[in-house]
Structure formats: structure tokens, C-alpha cells
Ligand binder design. Structure first.
Ligand code: PAF
Length: 285
């Protein structure tokens, strides 16, 4: 496995691979890798000749400066894990390498980016589109792998790929959970042991709601999840929306769409830590 810090080195290696007709898979990450990332890398390694993993804490997608400052940076440990998983190249550029000039491009994909995370994290999806489009131009991957925990992010990236006609296939990968059900996230490292035990209630409430939804309305299902979580000491639901899995617009009945997903964001603990999760009620890929 080779680690590149510059676009020039990365592109030279990939030009050779491409000339040999090799398939290239890209796993974009911000590092602090865990088993969720490992599952994306394993799949990319299995489905491509060359797997590039980018490790870059992208400043333009953080709307909170403290969040950016506190974001865990563990490149050495990340590289060890990636080597053991069979990644071919790690791309770990500096901020100056990626953004020699401020990125003034704006991306807007309403209504997909105007719901849920969109208004609550102004500029976040714009920053995600800035970095992901740059990575797509640099790596020119055949396939790119993203975790379904960030359900809305995948929808926004798909809209951008369609808009910019970027020839890449987006391959979403299922959420990886701890045995307790807690969705894996780099932010879980910020939780104390007792907060982690409380955070488990999020996936439990979502799981329970799938059974409940079979005999109750969308509103009743929504209220069940919010009621249970808001009644738990240490948890506060920021939003729970039951949406069409393609358009991300809220549904009011289970017959309204073929694919229906519940997306939730919950504040957990004293700090508090913002956790996201989602669950499929109907359909899907
Ligand atoms: O999901 C993430 O970790 C980031 O948003 C991504 C896609 C790597 C872009 O920085």
C-alpha cells in the first residue's frame, strides 16, 4: 500500500492503472476509521483492481469550527488498518493541496438538500459536494463507496453526480452496528460508557418502530420513536422524519412511496454528541 500526499503522485499512479484497464474503487473518508469504514474498504477491494481510500478532514463541510478542531485525526492507525484490509493507495492531502484557492463553487440540490440535515447544518452539503467532486475528478473512480448511515449525503452526492455527469457508480453500503445496535460513527468515541448505553436506545427505538409501523400510521410511528427517546434521560431528538427514500420528502402514509426510510438525529449526553441513524420501513435497493 502506498500513501500519497499530492494529487500529482496519486494521478501518476492511477494513470498507469487506468492504462492497464484496471477498475478503480474510491472510498472517501475523513479518517478516524472504524469497522463501518472497514466494511466499505473490504467491499471496494473485492469489487475493484485498485482501491483508493482518501483520508481528509474536509474543512469546508464543517459549519462548526470547534467540531472541525476536535475531529479525531489518527492517520497512522488508519494506514495500518487500511494496509491490513488490502487498500492499494491512501490519499492523505493537506488542506492547501486540496484547496490552493478557496473553493467558491456552490452546489444546491433542492428539495433533497433543503430538508433534515440541510437547514440544520448550513453549508455542510455544499462542502461535501466540493470535496467529493474534487476527489471524483482526481481519482476518476469507476465505483465510489459511501455508508448508508449518512443517508441524505448519498442522495445529495447522487444528485451532484447526475448534475455534473460524472461517470462514477455510487455504491451505498449498509450501516454497520455494534452488537448493542448502536450505529458505528467516529463520534461514538466522544461518548462516555454510560452515554453509550443510553445511545443504544436510538437503534432500539428505530427497530421497535419497524414492527409497530406494520399496524400503525406514519404519525403514530413517528410519535412512538420521538416519545420514547425524549423520555430517556440524556437524549433529545433534534428531528425524526419518515421520508420517501428517493426524494427525501416526508410521507404521511405508508402507501405514498415504494421506498420509505426514517432518518433521525439525536443529541446524547452532557457535551452533547450529535448522533444520526436511520431505518428502512419499506422497499429500498
Ligand atoms: O462521510 C464522510 O466521511 C464525509 O462527508 C466525506 C464523504 C468523506 C466527505 O468529506
Amino acid at each position: 500500500m502506498k500513501v500519497f500526499n499530492t494529487q500529482k503522485e496519486l494521478e501518476a499512479a492511477l494513470d498507469t492503472a487506468r492504462a492497464e484497464g484496471k477498475k478503480i474503487g474510491l472510498v472517501p473518508t475523513m479518517g478516524a476509521l472504524h469497522a463501518g469504514h472497514a466494511s466499505l474498504v473490504k467491499r471496494a477491494v473485492a469489487e475493484n483492481d485498485i482501491t483508493v481510500v482518501s483520508v481528509f478532514v474536509n474543512p469546508t463541510q464543517f459549519n462548526d469550527k470547534n467540531d472541525l478542531k476536535n475531529y479525531p485525526r489518527t492517520l497512522d492507525a488508519d494506514c495500518k488498518l487500511l494496509e491490513s484490509l488490502g487498500a492499494t493507495y491512501v490519499f492523505a492531502p493537506t488542506v492547501e493541496e486540496v484547496y490552493p484557492e478557496p473553493d467558491t463553487r456552490t452546489f444546491s440540490y433542492p428539495p433533497i438538500d433543503t430538508v433534515m440535515e440541510g437547514p440544520r447544518r448550513p453549508g455542510h452539503f455544499n462542502g461535501v459536494c466540493q470535496i467529493v467532486s474534487k476527489l471524483f475528478y482526481m481519482v476518476r473512480p469507476d465505483h465510489a463507496y459511501f455508508g448508508e448511515k449518512d443517508f441524505q449525503q448519498i442522495a445529495v452526492i447522487r444528485a451532484m453526480v447526475k448534475d455534473l455527469k460524472i461517470p462514477v457508480e455510487i455504491r451505498p453500503c449498509p450501516i454497520v452496528r455494534e452488537e448493542s445496535g448502536l450505529a458505528l460513527s467516529s463520534r461514538n468515541a466522544l461518548l462516555s460508557e454510560s452515554e453509550k448505553r443510553i445511545a443504544v436506545c436510538i437503534s432500539q427505538a428505530l427497530k421497535t418502530s419497524v414492527e409497530f409501523a406494520k399496524s400503525h400510521s406514519v404519525k403514530e410511528t413517528h410519535d412512538l420513536v420521538c416519545g420514547a427517546l425524549n423520555a430517556t434521560n440524556g437524549l433529545e431528538v433534534e428531528y425524526f422524519e419518515i421520508v420517501n427514500g428517493i426524494t427525501l420528502q416526508p410521507v404521511t402514509s405508508w402507501d405514498e412511496a415504494e421506498y420509505i426510510v426514517g432518518c433521525i438525529t439525536v443529541y446524547c449526553g452532557a457535551r452533547p454528541v450529535r448522533l444520526i441513524d436511520n431505518i428502512k420501513y419499506k422497499g429500498g435497493e
